[in-house]
Design a protein around this ligand. Sequence first.
Ligand SMILES: *Cc1c(COP(=O)(O)O)cnc(C)c1O
Length: 456
Amino acid sequence: MKTIIEPFRIKSVEPIYFTTQEEREKALEKAQYNVFLLHSDDVIIDLLTDSGTSAMSSAQWAGIMQGDESYAGSPSFYRFEKVVKDIMGYPVVIPTHQGRGAEKILFSILSKDKKVYIANTLFDTTRANIEFSGARGIDVLCPEGKLPQIPAPFKGNMDIKALEETILFQGPENIALVILTITNNSGGGQPVSMENIKAVSGICKKNNIRFFLDACRFAENAWFIKTREKGYENTSVKKIVQEMFSYADGCLMSAKKDAFANIGGFLALNDEKLATQCRNLLVITEGFPTYGGLAGRDLEAIAIGLEEILDENYLMYRIRSISYLTEKLYAKGVPVMRPAGGHAVYLDAKAFLPHIPPDKYPGVSLICELYKKGGIRAVEIGSLMFGKYDENHQLIPSQMELVRLAIPRRVYTQSHIDYVAEVIIEVFEEREKARGYTILEEAPLLRHFTARMQPI
Ligand SMILES: *Cc1c(COP(=O)(O)O)cnc(C)c1O
């Protein structure tokens, strides 16, 4: 097989600013060892997130010029609505400024009388919005999903037995929503199989519980189904996507992921009565229902991006570029989550830095080393992001200590990725030098964004 090449040419470029290790050490100290507080021009390769960082296509930029900025009834909205209806299949489409705007609106309404949410793994903002609405989130991920280094095809699946037991234990009448995150961002970007989506849907129907997809990376998930699940080899990605959505009552979407847009999100659903409640809240917090916190030009960019993401040549390149980096690291003995996920490479910080215990934040330590050594910015998905305290203020660690290197869509080339591999391998070879960290200051929710830290 020949090299899988980037399925695009570069029309417009942005400079990368180079820094020395000494400059980066100063910048990191100034940011109090939280890479979210760095200035991004002090970063060489920015793998903090794949959210809103995609390179838009020439067609999307042309769409931006055609955006109609009418306050109400803009043709840009109707174009956007038509594409979402075609792909997701739900009759109601409500735009929001980002995915979390959709979360806030939906959970504010559903949590009024039901207080439990069940998911494979809730994403950080999703969990925070659930908790902020006065409810609780319970993750029931399949057992293989919790073992970073054991390969399995669908490590994002929900544990069906645990779902049934949790419903029975909590009482179906108390469950606001069951959510499948596709792909499972906080659990390694791992996919969920069609069989699992179908099984979860069946259980929800039987118990009269609402079931939504957190669909940020729906196309990447569909590509995994096409290439890994029996019976889908010859089905088009679009057909797979439509089948996935057909089993759920609605979806939450961040257009900053699988819509190649720099901003935006939406809520799409079947239930008209629930939709009316959502729209009433939307007008207060986001905007009028035909723009929902977005400009007309953003709606155009999203509509075009949603169609581009279904290109199978793009998806093959996308998924291959993630496994390329994963395999390079694995070959050198670096503890990396396997198989590769859809949008990011996840390092297993627990195994990478076994001398640093969870309450000294091994993920944070690894991230600081990657930045100092090569100017690479990654994000911790471990006890800084998900840790909680018990009554004695002792840390209850997260299940896994992961470091996520999210690859922006259509932005970096193979030589950028080769450089990333070289830096990680160098850090791995000197891993015993890395130290743990303590937290000096933190916020009560989503503390990883703003926490200030110091090395021990
Ligand atoms: C990004 C993301 C969200 C939130 O979307 P924003 O647009 O960042 O507000 C929710 N769920 C998952 C799985 C995500 O990846």
